[in-house]
Structure formats: structure tokens, C-alpha cells
Design a protein around this ligand. Structure first.
Ligand code: ACO
Length: 391
């Protein structure tokens, strides 16, 4: 293969067809199963959104009722997964690591691994239980039993705090979960598709996807984005603090995207949800501060990188909305996974139904023709000599 064909980071490479979502990075349009994100995310329940992704159309009232019931009935964790979370909490591992380990332990649930669609249901139903149980254990509290009478988002908030949330809080979280539920062939979704492309199982695929989501260049950004807003503290300090960061070569968290060359449409949906929520009595000052930090960041990024359009991404307003909902920073990325698991499982099912083994190639740039040297004869000089001989 000749080097000119290499696309580092697979940028611009099309590796699958999908009916799940369409990301137009130039126009700033995201379609979720045909619906613009701003049309569906603030209106659908998470159950409707998940059904839509898994089945291609919105459920009827009867289908929705039955689906709610089935999903709610699978919220409990296998005992071994809970034990694992207890041990993880004793060692205070990061929440995303705990989620990855407990996701893998779902193979111990009754009937796991037998039917991919049932695994999709199990994974989606249990993610809120895993995240909330772990958070309580970290704080020295006992995990709560899931409530089957509550919707998916309301139950998650209940499992965290023990209090039944107001409809506004449940709606705020639901809008967030729907907004992030799917987004083309992002790194974690690609990971899930690669894993099932080998005809592996959904629990393996989603466990791998959690690992991919954890990194700060993907789902790990909202915590640092909020820290940045807090560090700035007042609008007047924004310019000086952000300039310093850019001078040090740091990236501004919550800005830039591999695909979007304009504002991420999800940022608008979440900004509107955050504004609604904060005007109902939250910390309005924080919302105003974030808007002013955003404006300054965009101005400075345009000044520094005139050739690369860097705009606000989903993570910036994720941070603000989830903070408003009372979520601690450590839960931002796991909560992203609670929403994205519906998209990951939908992609995994689609890949199983239509996809081929995903197996790209690499170009070898290492040495050639090396000769074996017995261990007792090896010296640093010899290694260099071999390297030189092959240079
Ligand atoms: N702040 C400052 N500079 C930036 C930023 C940023 N947020 N994003 C990109 N740049 C600069 C890079 O330093 C690079 O400059 P250079 O050409 O002088 O080296 C140039 O813009 C291009 O950057 P790339 O890394 O090539 O862009 P890529 O498409 O690989 O990166 C990414 C996209 C990882 C999201 C990047 O914009 C970033 O690191 N943003 C901050 C982290 C973040 O917000 N992540 C969440 C993404 S949304 C999601 O995954 C759900």
C-alpha cells in the first residue's frame, strides 16, 4: 500500500452505512433516525427514543407501554456486579472504570449472551443502576432498589438521590440523554461495531465502547469544561484565563469537533434545556457566566486558528445542564454513557444484521531483515548497530 492512501485517524473514511443517525458537519445538522435532533430530543421520552433507534419508527401507545414495562423489569444488577462495584468503591476507582467493569459483569445476568436484542435491553436498562449504585457506594451509602413505576430518566435521578425528581428535572435529563443517544460513527460507536463485526456479543461490544468513551478527546470533556468555567469565575477574567491556556498550548474543553465545522447542533438543544432549567430557579449567574466564557473562547479560537473553524461542541452545555440537575462532575461521562448505550446497542444490532468484518490495514514503517541475537550476546551497542545497519 502506498503512503498517500493513509488517512490518519480515519478522518473522512466511510466505513459503514447506517439508518440510525446522520451528521452533517458542514451544515451543522444531526438527524436521529430521520428526525432533526432539536425536533425529537426535547419531546420524546428516552424509552421512545430507544425504541425508535432499535425499530426504525416511533412506538404506538401499546408498544410504548409494553416496552417501558420490559425495560423497567430489567433494571436490577446481578449480585456479582454489585459486589464488584463495592470493591471498586473501596479502591475509589474512577466511575467510568467501575461502569466498564460492571458492564462486563452483566454476562452473569440470567439469559445474557443468548439473544443480542435481549442483551441490548439488559445493557440499556442497567446502565443507570450501575452508575447510581456506584456513586452511592463511593459516598458510603447503600445502593437503592430501582423503581419500576418511574420512567428511565426519573428512575436514574431517584437511584442517585433517593428522591423522586420533579417532572422538570426528569425532562431536563431526558432531553440530555436523547440528545447524546447517537452520533454517527464516533470513536465509541465504531469500537462497538468493530467488536460485533467479529460476531462477538453485545456485552463485549458495549464494554469496549465504554472504554473508548472515557477518554478526554471523546466523552471525558464535560467535567474539565465546567472546571474551566468555575476557574474563570467572573466574565471579566475570561479573556486572560483563556489566553493563558492557549499560550500554554492547552485545548479549550468543550470546543472543536472532528466532524462539525460549525456549531454542534446538540449544543443548541442543551443550551435551550439549560436555559429553561436555570430560569426555573437554578444558578442563573452560572448560566450567564458560561455564555460569556463561550463567546470569549470562540473569539480567541478564531483569532488563533483562523484556518480551522473551532466551534462549541456538545460537551460545553452538557456540563452546564448536568450540573444544574445536581449531577456531580464525576458522573458527567458515565451519564453520557447512560444515553449513548441506546445508540451503541442499535449500531451493534445493525452491524450484526448488515455488516462485514471490519478489518483495515496499516503500513509498516519499522525495521526489516533483523537477525536473532541470543540473550547473552545482546548489548545496547549491538542493538544500535543493527538499527544503523538497517537505516
Ligand atoms: N482548543 C484549542 N485548540 C484546539 C481545540 C481546542 N478545543 N481543538 C482543536 N484545536 C486545534 C489543535 O490544537 C490543532 O492545532 P494545530 O493544527 O496547530 O496542531 C487544530 O485545532 C486541529 O486539531 P485536531 O486535533 O487535528 O482536530 P481533531 O479533529 O482531531 O480534534 C477534538 C477534535 C479532539 C474534539 C478537538 O477539537 C479537542 O481536543 N477538543 C477539546 C476536547 C473536547 O471538547 N472533546 C469533546 C469532543 S465532543 C465528543 O466527543 C462528544
Amino acid at each position: 500500500m502506498d503512503n498517500t492512501q493513509i488517512r490518519e485517524g480515519l478522518e473522512g473514511v466511510v466505513a459503514a452505512t447506517t439508518r440510525l443517525s446522520s451528521v452533517d458537519g458542514e451544515a451543522g445538522v444531526l438527524l436521529l433516525a430521520g428526525f432533526p435532533v432539536e425536533e425529537i430530543a426535547p419531546r420524546a421520552s428516552f424509552e421512545e427514543m430507544t425504541w425508535l433507534l432499535w425499530n426504525g419508527s416511533l412506538p404506538t401507545a401499546g408498544e410504548l407501554e409494553a416496552f417501558r414495562h420490559r425495560l423497567a423489569g430489567r433494571r436490577s444488577l446481578p449480585a456479582a456486579a454489585l459486589e464488584l462495584l463495592r470493591e471498586a468503591a473501596r479502591r475509589r476507582v474512577p466511575a467510568m472504570d467501575a461502569l466498564r467493569m460492571a458492564a462486563g459483569a452483566l454476562s452473569l445476568a440470567e439469559g445474557a449472551g443468548e439473544d443480542p436484542k435481549e442483551d441490548a435491553l439488559l445493557l440499556t436498562a442497567t446502565f443507570p443502576t450501575i452508575v447510581a449504585s456506584y456513586w452511592r457506594l463511593l459516598r458510603g451509602e447503600e445502593p437503592l432498589r430501582p423503581r419500576e413505576d418511574l420512567g428511565h430518566a426519573a428512575n436514574f435521578l431517584f437511584l442517585l438521590s433517593g428522591e423522586e425528581p420533579s417532572p422538570e428535572r426528569a425532562r431536563g435529563l431526558e432531553t440530555y440523554l436523547n440528545t447524546v443517544t447517537d452520533h454517527g460513527l464516533n470513536a465509541s460507536t465504531f469500537t462497538a461495531r468493530v467488536i460485533v463485526s467479529t460476531r462477538s456479543d453485545l456485552i463485549s461490544a458495549i464494554t469496549g465502547a465504554v472504554g473508548a468513551l472515557k477518554g478526554p478527546l471523546h466523552g471525558g470533556a464535560p467535567g474539565p469544561a465546567l472546571d474551566m468555567v468555575f476557574e474563570i469565575g467572573t466574565p471579566e477574567r475570561a479573556e486572560a484565563v483563556l489566553r493563558e491556556k492557549l499560550d500554554r498550548g492547552e485545548r479549550l474543553m468543550g470546543f472543536g469537533h472532528r466532524v462539525y465545522r460549525v456549531r454542534d447542533p446538540r449544543a443548541d438543544v442543551l443550551a435551550a434545556a439549560a436555559e429553561r432549567f436555570y430560569s426555573l430557579g437554578g444558578d442563573r449567574g452560572l448560566y450567564e457566566l458560561a455564555r460569556s466564557v463561550e463567546a470569549t473562547a470562540l473569539r480567541l479560537l478564531r483569532e488563533r486558528k483562523p484556518d480551522r473553524r473551532l466551534d462549541t461542541n456538545v460537551e460545553f452545555y452538557t456540563a452546564l445542564l448536568l450540573h444544574g440537575l445536581g449531577m456531580p462532575t464525576g458522573l458527567f461521562t458515565p451519564t453520557f454513557a447512560v444515553g449513548r448505550v441506546a445508540g451503541w446497542t442499535a449500531h451493534a444490532l445493525e452491524q450484526l444484521a448488515t455488516g462485514r468484518l471490519i478489518r483495515p490495514q496499516s503500513v509498516y514503517v519499522g525495521e526489516r531483515g533483523r537477525r536473532w541475537v541470543p540473550v547473552e550476546e545482546r548489548t545496547g551497542a549491538q542493538v544500535c548497530a543493527i538499527t544503523d545497519a538497517n537505516a
